[in-house]
Design a protein around this ligand. Structure first.
Ligand SMILES: Nc1ncnc2c1ncn2[C@@H]1O[C@H](COP(=O)(O)OP(=O)(O)OP(=O)(O)O)[C@@H](O)[C@H]1O
Ligand SMILES: [Mg+2]
Length: 297
């Protein structure tokens, strides 16, 4: 049985100009101890999927059907107080920009200890020890110094590690990371991706890694799912998808990964993914999306 099983999910947004149908019959599974990469361009529905799993959707979103089953539990059927017992514990999230997720007014220790109290039930010195251990696990050796800092005193990469340590604090089954490395530079990105791989090998969790970047997904994911206009247009083992993409949109995404000039041998323009994201108020026939490969919008 997969850890996460999404079946036939249907989701609309009610807007002033009408109903926007994002997920028509969305299916996805995440296996235990798997890192699943979700790639796709802006507006394809990656974050909405994360919020649907967490049951943190905006007020104008309507789930019209389908199931989201986490570890045998049907999340859409839970009451608000029941989902709160799962969110932050069995199911946690790392957001894109740690500097806006961490509260600038409180020291790291106050924020970590509050999370540990709420989600793990520890207080006082055991909670402190747990926090120090977590910070060491995310490769922040000066854990005491980090705990005493305000977020603005830490670099972007350190802040992101603090966020990750909080997401790990309750020993979750599933971590959803939405663009976790897009606000840090490429060296730090590389270190954080390596850290994900190391932690996954050491601990028992699965991860959904949401990213615009096929290159990032390829670095760290076991399997890739490519989203386009609220649908998964291709999925498979990361190596297979990268080596022989079956869908023209995936192929276009892979072609748009920058390659250093020295490797390519000569100066070339970076290929672009042609076309516009379809208007989801009037979604096109899925077969029309195939025209992407020919550069027709
Ligand atoms: N509250 C909302 N009301 C109406 N439409 C929304 C709302 N939230 C998202 N959408 C629409 O749903 C679609 C998917 O948005 P979403 O934010 O999930 O995309 P994304 O893949 O995460 O994009 P990005 O890569 O830019 O983060 C977009 O067309 C977006 O405009
Ligand atoms: Mg998003």
């Amino acid at each position: 049985m997969p850890l996460l099983d999404i079946r036939g999910l249907r989701l609309n947004f009610e807007t002033e100009t009408g109903s926007l149908e994002l997920f028509r019959s969305f299916n996805l599974t995440v296996e235990r101890k798997e890192i699943l990469g979700i790639v796709g361009e802006s507006g394809s529905g990656k974050s909405t999927l994360a919020y649907a799993i967490l049951r943190l959707l905006p007020a104008n979103a309507r789930i019209l059907g389908g199931e989201i089953i986490l570890d045998g539990q049907s999340l859409l059927e839970l009451r608000e107080d029941e989902i709160r017992k799962i969110r932050g514990k069995k199911l946690t999230m790392v957001f894109q920009d740690a500097s806006t997720s961490l509260n600038p007014l409180f020291r790291v220790k106050d924020q970590m200890l509050a999370v540990i109290k709420e989600n793990v039930g520890l207080e006082g010195s055991p909670a402190r020890q747990h926090a120090v251990q977590l910070l060491k696990q995310v490769e922040l050796p000066d854990a005491e110094g980090v705990m005493d800092s305000f977020p603005f005193e830490l670099s972007g990469g350190m802040q992101q590690r603090v966020m990750l340590s909080m997401a790990l604090s309750s020993n979750p089954k599933l971590i959803i990371a939405d663009e976790p490395t897009s606000s840090v530079d490429s060296t730090i990105q590389e270190q954080i991706l390596r850290l994900f791989r190391r932690l996954r090998a050491e601990r028992d969790f699965s991860m959904i890694l949401i990213t615009h970047s096929v290159a990032v997904a390829q670095e760290v994911c076991d399997r890739l799912a490519v989203m386009y206009a609220g649908d998964i247009v291709e999925e498979g083992p990361a190596g297979r998808v990268m080596a022989s993409p079956k869908h023209p949109y995936t192929e276009a995404l892979i072609r748009s990964i920058p390659v250093p000039r020295s490797t390519r041998g000569r100066k070339e323009d970076l290929p672009v993914v042609w076309g516009q994201v379809p208007d989801l108020m009037n979604p096109p026939d899925p077969s029309a999306m195939l025209s992407l490969s020919k550069g027709v919008s």
